[in-house]
Design a protein around this ligand. Structure first.
Ligand code: SF4
Ligand code: SF4
Length: 376
């Protein structure tokens, strides 16, 4: 058996659904695309960590020869109904950017260990554009919603790759768009029109991006502020958004399939509530952490997202929770709680806002309260 065959067999044995191999050549089209988007992607292009450098693998590691790309199917079990539309499936599945002491992190580590045992030199810490690598390695095609699709599975996959210095046998690229002719269902369904052309996304308008990345200190080009017109359209999404994948005909077989239940998720879903997230304690954050690895480190951002979700529900039963949140030590939480109270509206809401305005000291919160009073 050749080294290529051994690697592929081992990856499949670990449970990866597809594995393909491509060269370590530059992802020049990806670089051009990202650069052509101007201010929409300045947070990425001008990031001090230079993530775009990962698209020039050989510049970072001249000895690199091959990229092994693997797709993990994360929708093999079902997702609790109560978490759909709140937490993106990929985060519920605990398979994205996971630490190595968890099963999905360990799988990747086992792959690395295997390659080392076979004498391969590994290129660590290179930020590979995973969707481009997977298409070039022949395991996915693109969707017009920008996601990568594995034939027979759909887009509920997570991609990971490993750079090695050994030459292998390379797969035929599948760089094409695999969507049915004329389909634009994802573009029509996107609540914020973030997909402004096929395969072109404005991340600033994307709900997933706003829930995860709108944090102070992430980049000089990003703040914790979520524009009001986006907040209105976020629905109850507090971590990610799956709308453009849910409507996709390429995902319907999996979405309609009768899948086994995930006992862990069922248990977590019983603990989940927007009210608890709004007035989140440290213990609650630890409890829900496995569903929300990686992007949000400070609980105030979960609280902000919960306030927006509650505001969009428009349910007066949450007014007392929002009133408590108006006493939160973080001005950000008070701002978004005020916005949510204004969205719910009515006499009681106005009364709460007026009382809080009299006590409030932060200008940013006072400004939100004034706007909310106008809306209420
Ligand atoms: S993740 Fe949500 S907001 Fe972002 S493009 Fe898809 S549907 Fe639109
Ligand atoms: S909804 Fe249609 S256009 Fe969009 S990704 Fe799916 S198949 Fe492609």
């Amino acid at each position: 058996m050749s080294l290529t065959e051994e690697i592929k067999e081992f990856a499949l044995d670990l449970g990866y659904s597809r594995v393909g191999i491509t060269t370590a050549e530059s992802f020049s089209r990806h670089i051009e695309e990202v650069k052509s988007r101007g201010v929409m992607y300045d947070f990425f292009v001008k990031n001090p960590g230079n993530p775009l450098n990962g698209s020039e693998v050989k510049q970072l590691r001249p000895s690199a020869k091959s990229i092994i790309s693997m797709a993990w199917d994360y929708s093999q079990k079902s997702f609790p109904r109560s978490l759909i539309g709140k937490i993106g499936r990929i985060y519920q599945a605990r398979c994205y950017n996971v630490p190595p002491d968890r099963i999905n992190g360990m799988r990747y580590q086992l792959m690395v260990n295997f390659l080392k045992q076979r004498g391969c030199q590994i290129g660590h810490g290179i930020f590979i554009p995973e969707r481009w690598a997977a298409a070039r390695a022949g395991i996915t095609t693109f969707g017009r919603n920008n996601f990568a699709y594995v034939e027979g599975i759909g887009s509920f996959i997570v991609l990971s790759s490993i750079v090695i210095d050994e030459e292998l046998e390379y797969d035929e690229p599948t760089m094409e768009i695999g969507c049915p002719k004329g389909c634009t269902a994802c573009m029509k369904a996107c609540p914020t029109q973030a997909i402004y052309e096929p395969n072109k996304l404005n991340p600033r308008r994307c709900i997933a991006f706003n829930t995860l990345f709108a944090q102070d200190g992430n980049s000089e080009f990003i703040t914790s502020h979520i524009p009001a017109d986006i907040r209105d359209k976020m629905g109850t999404n507090v971590y990610g958004c799956d709308v453009c994948q849910e409507v996709c005909p390429r995902n319907q077989a999996r979405l309609k399939a009768k899948l086994l239940e995930d006992e862990f998720l069922i248990k977590k879903s019983q603990d989940f509530s927007l009210a608890k997230m709004l007035n989140m304690t440290d213990e609650y954050m630890i409890k829900m952490r496995p569903l929300m690895y990686s992007y949000i480190k400070e609980k105030k951002y979960f609280q902000r997202n919960a306030a927006i979700a509650i505001g969009n529900l428009g349910n007066r039963d949450y007014l007392s929770d929002l009133e408590i949140a108006m006493n939160d030590p973080e001005a950000l939480v008070r701002e978004y709680a005020a916005w949510a109270i204004g969205k719910i509206g009515g006499r009681l809401a106005k009364q709460v806002l007026e009382n809080k305005y009299a006590q409030e000291t932060a200008d940013s919160v006072k400004k939100e309260i004034k706007t909310a009073l106008f809306e209420a």
